[in-house]
Design a protein around this ligand. Structure first.
Ligand code: AMP
Ligand code: MG
Length: 505
């Protein structure tokens, strides 16, 4: 089938000399669903495209070799200029609460789902082109993404993956010489985004609030069959209740991961909440530099609705909005009881992550206060979140003043705390070397601080992609010591203190 004037690549018997890109076994099962859920859309190439960067590791998820990027078809296919056989570009429709306000119709306004690829390991990856042009859900938007925001999502999602936090992935950035107008004229780009599913809470909200409850059930069962197969055989009600329980658990784990690593998403609208509990839609996100519990990374978020320390309660709020969509299928009391479990699941997941970061093997009652007091000290003197925790890996009780005391503004407070920490470690007969090694596996040396991303972006905007390459490599091994990159784990340089991020992307 030709889609809006684009010719699919014919499948020939003799495929000698064909690019592996022509043989990609694309399938798009979402496109088999009723058409209320999506629109068939062709990409609208904008200017001339070129490769900005590709991640060999993420391409391997599609069984593509690293040198595939040298194939001229690579840019053709991933700019959307050429539709490979089996791919059926669609934009899906969803709705959502944006900053708490109900918006009855949103959708993939600038993302096209080409389809899914199953790799040799049997994993299924949806491939989306983000920034490939307008769709019926673009509203006032131009369907484009700027190079700046694309680099942030590319590096951000790969960084999160390597920090052990569930996330969408990113395989490549395709640049364009077509101008894109934001506050000023910028370069456009397309992100090749991968995820087992891009389904969001908002997809189900769209069907619930528009009264399409049969279709709602169909989409839920579609998602269960593909992503929660263990639940598929359960009877009605049980199946959908179990799905809710599963989504709650995944979301609790996800947000615990964010809080532990100091990540603020920035736009936790219900349409940016993944059904699979993945970090999705990287916009004005930020990793903490100085520990500030009320950190707001999005300068458009005047009320601080999506502040760092509000993420667990916002996740609960979003889950309650998702639970509402299940009320035609599951008794509301049952949904409420499941939702009530979120706080405890989150608290346990967070405590487990933070205990590991402090190198504590056992769980003891006093640990919560020990952690809270450390965070209080960091907040009190603006200590760097990542670096303070990383420095604790080297702590040896009873061996004289710790190097951390030279870097913080409140050495006396930290010294008293370190004494308590030392006693706590002795109480479980902690072995210094084993603990240090374990702690280095959970306290990163390198996170994607805004100013690191900004430095790579400014280089890239001048046509030099070496900064992206270097940063990606560092972020792929965030727990290593990286003595070769001292410029990537210090506190923000002065020029970075005024960096402001908004939703504009
Ligand atoms: P976001 O805040 O980036 O998650 O986007 C919210 C909604 O706006 C989604 O439905 C997006 O698809 C849509 N959107 C954002 N930017 C654009 C754009 N430049 N063109 C079209 N739609 C957009
Ligand atoms: Mg979004």
């Amino acid at each position: 089938m030709a889609i809006c004037g684009l010719e699919p690549v014919p499948a020939g018997d003799d495929d000698a000399g064909m690019s592996p890109l022509d043989r990609l076994p694309f399938d798009n099962r979402t496109a088999r669903l009723p058409e209320t859920l999506f629109a068939r859309v062709a990409a609208q190439p904008h200017g001339r495209h070129h490769l900005v960067h590709a991640s060999a590791e993420a391409l391997a998820l599609l069984d593509l070799p690293p040198d595939i990027t040298a194939d001229p078809d690579f840019v053709e296919v991933f700019s959307g200029r050429r539709v490979p056989a089996g791919a059926e570009p669609i934009a899906t429709v969803y709705a959502g609460h944006q900053f708490g306000i109900w918006v009855p119709q949103l959708g993939d306004g600038r993302a096209l789902l080409l389809g899914e690829l199953v790799n040799r390991r049997g994993e299924r990856w949806e491939v989306q082109l983000k920034g490939a042009g307008r769709t019926p859900y673009s509203r006032m938007g131009d369907g484009r993404a700027v190079l700046r925001s694309t680099i942030r999502e590319y590096l951000g999602s790969e960084a999160m993956h390597h920090l052990g936090i569930p996330t969408t992935r990113a395989a490549a950035i395709i640049g364009s010489d077509g101008p894109v107008l934001r506050e000023s004229v910028e370069s456009g780009a397309i992100l090749v985004r991968l995820a087992p599913s891009h389904l969001r809470f908002g997809h189900f909200q769209f069907l619930y609030y528009s009264g399409r409850h049969e279709l709602l059930r169909e989409l839920l069962d579609f998602a269960i069959a593909l992503h929660f197969p263990g639940l598929a055989a359960l009877p009605d009600t049980e199946r959908h209740a179990a799905l809710f329980a599963n989504v709650i658990e995944r979301t609790a784990q996800l947000v615990a991961g964010w809080q532990a690593v100091g990540f603020t998403h920035g736009v936790l609208n219900t349409d940016n909440m993944s059904l699979l509990g993945l970090t999705i839609d990287y916009g004005p996100f930020g990793f903490l530099d100085a520990y500030q519990p009320g950190f707001v990374c999005n300068h458009s978020d005047d009320d601080g609705r999506y502040a760092f320390d509000r993420q667990p309660s916002i996740a609960w709020w979003n889950l309650s909005a998702f639970g509402q969509t299940l009320t035609p299928l599951v008794p509301v009391e049952r949904l409420r009881a499941l939702l009530d479990g979120f706080s405890e699941q989150y608290a346990q997941a967070y405590a487990a992550r933070m205990r590991a970061k402090l190198g504590l093997r056992e769980a003891r009652d006093e640990d919560e206060a020990l952690l809270e007091d450390l965070l209080g000290l960091m907040a009190g003197c603006g200590a760097d979140y990542t670096n303070t925790l990383r420095s604790l890996c080297d702590f040896r009780p009873g061996t004289g003043p710790h190097a951390l005391l030279d870097t913080v503004a409140d050495p006396a407070g930290f010294e008293t705390w370190l004494q308590r920490y030392g006693e706590r470690l002795r109480a479980e007969a902690s072995d210094d070397e084993t603990r240090a090694a374990n702690m280095r596996r959970v306290n990163p040396k390198i996170v994607l601080r805004n100013w690191l991303a900004q430095r790579a972006i400014e280089q890239a905007e001048n046509g030099d992609y070496a900064g992206i390459d270097r940063l990606l490599r560092l972020l792929q091994t965030p727990f290593d010591e990286h003595p070769e990159a001292p410029d990537c784990y210090g506190e923000p340089p002065d020029w970075a203190r005024s960096l402001a991020l908004s939703c504009s992307s």
